[in-house]
Design a protein around this ligand. Structure first.
Ligand SMILES: O=C(O)C1=C[C@@H](OP(=O)(O)O)[C@@H](O)[C@H](O)C1
Ligand SMILES: C=C(OP(=O)(O)O)C(=O)O
Length: 434
């Protein structure tokens, strides 16, 4: 990290850009993990390459998978077979690594130690730890029970499986983590969620869908209740969809700056919650069109409207929507996102602090944010190691002169070369994926 903040470019004319967004983080890391436990090799076509995917690749290699990144970026995975004990795994700040990998280490033939960035030690892990404990797997730190990273999973080579109940109200990733490795459990898994809410439901549907696509019998049997049967996980060739949440800041740019931004290869059908952007951006004032060839166009009309929005199902979109809300001509209320306090940073506090720093008006609600119309000014946006706080600053900077972003390199968590892509979007013309 350099101390010199990045000067967010200000848009001096309407945009006209085609932006090819790299592969989905959520899909890439699910496919990688499933490839490591598959019964045959897997080839991932157009996966994401970023800090989060690199951490997943390193974790799976340490556990015995053979992973080769081809020069063009495709990834070949040879399954691990036996999961190797003795590894020390760095989860960085990746939710998909710190939540998805521990259940896999339960199958290791020995202890596996997991740790991550300083902030990773504060992110909630309760559902994963309770799930493992409920399955008879011991998790400890320095010999004592723990609720957070760092910890050691005491693998015993096999997991029987059965009925497990967890509270996933602060992260859907607890559910996905246990479901992903469930086909390897001797009796499969019958998983129930207790708790008054369940965020990011599309990400749980994504987990069920990638399992089914690999030949696994994985189903939602009722609200907050899932069942995965034991059985082999198929390999084969998988084309990874572009990351629709990472498309968010580029599409939002069309509203902030005016003009049109197009994103190719938008899937006709997807479990990615980023698909909700089509409706959300239209409600905020954009003209949105998905062409038959899969190109999504978003055109700004010169106005940005606020909105009242329940983001329970798509919380990772909140920083992008909040940036537009800070530029809007009417108030915004974002609800159902209390769990964002446990994301890369406490995103509700960070968004209020940074909107206020730029002259805006925002306040925290128990489960969300309220953002009022205001005239913004320049300033240095702090990012708190959060990729989406950096792209939040970039979106506002298009419309407000003098915005700088501290540690823009933090975008490498899911979108390396974000500054280059952003600059080329402003120069108009084609922006190739990083
Ligand atoms: O399973 C996944 O890939 C994700 C689930 C969501 O997590 P939470 O349910 O913790 O918000 C989302 O915010 C995160 O970016 C990715
Ligand atoms: C919450 C996010 O990431 P993670 O996978 O680390 O939870 C995110 O990318 O917005």
């Amino acid at each position: 990290m350099t101390d010199q903040p990045w000067a967010a470019p200000h848009a001096d004319r309407p945009l006209d850009a085609l932006v090819a967004v790299p592969g989905s983080k959520s899909l890439t890391n699910r496919y990688l993990l499933l490839a490591a436990v598959a019964s045959e090799p897997t080839r991932l076509v157009a996966p994401l390459h970023s800090r989060d995917s690199a951490l997943m690749i390193e974790a799976l290699r340490a556990l015995g998978a053979g992973i080769v990144v081809e020069p063009g970026g495709d990834v070949d995975v040879a399954p691990a077979g036996t999961i190797r004990g003795g590894a020390r795994i760095d989860c960085g700040l990746a939710g998909t690594v710190m939540r998805f990998v521990p259940p896999l280490t339960a199958f290791a033939d020995g202890d596996v130690h997991l740790d991550g960035d300083e902030r990773a030690r504060e992110r909630p892990m309760d559902g994963v730890i309770d799930g493992l404990t409920g399955l008879g797997v011991r998790v400890s730190h320095d010999g004592a029970p723990t609720r957070t990273l760092p910890f050691t999973v005491h693998g015993q080579g096999a997991v029987t499986g059965g009925d497990v109940t967890i509270d996933a109200s602060v992260s859907s990733q607890f559910v996905s983590a246990l479901l992903l490795v469930a086909p390897r459990m001797l009796t499969g898994l019958d998983l129930r969620h207790v708790g008054d809410r369940l965020p990011s439901k599309p990400h749980i549907d994504m987990t069920l869908e990638v399992l089914r696509a690999r030949g696994v019998d994985a189903r939602e049997v009722g609200p907050g209740h899932w069942r995965v049967e034991p059985g082999p996980v198929a390999g084969g060739r998988i084309l990874v969809e572009p990351d629709l949440s990472n498309a968010g800041p580029f599409l939002a740019a069309a509203l902030a700056a005016g003009g049109t931004v197009r994103v190719p290869h938008w899937p006709a059908r997807t479990t990615q919650p980023g698909d909700d952007l089509r409706e959300i951006l239209a409600r905020m004032g954009a003209v949105v069109d998905l062409a038959a060839d899969g190109t999504l166009s978003v055109t700004g009309t010169g106005v940005v409207h606020g909105l009242d929005l329940d983001l329970t199902r798509a919380g990772e979109l909140a920083p992008t929507i909040a940036a537009l809300a800070a530029l809007a001509d009417s108030p915004t209320r974002l609800r159902g996102i209390g769990h964002l306090r446990g994301h890369e940073t406490d995103r509700l506090a960070a968004l209020v602090t940074e909107i206020t720093r730029l002259g805006g008006e925002a306040r925290e609600l128990p489960d969300g944010l309220e953002i009022m119309p205001a005239t913004l000014h320049g300033g240095v946006v702090e990012t708190y190691h959060d990729h989406r706080m950096a792209t939040f600053g970039a979106v506002i900077g298009l419309a407000v002169p003098g915005v700088e972003v501290r540690d823009v390199a933090t975008t490498a968590k899911t979108l390396p070369n974000f500054p280059g892509m952003w600059r080329r979007m402003l120069g108009s013309g084609e922006v190739a994926a990083a």
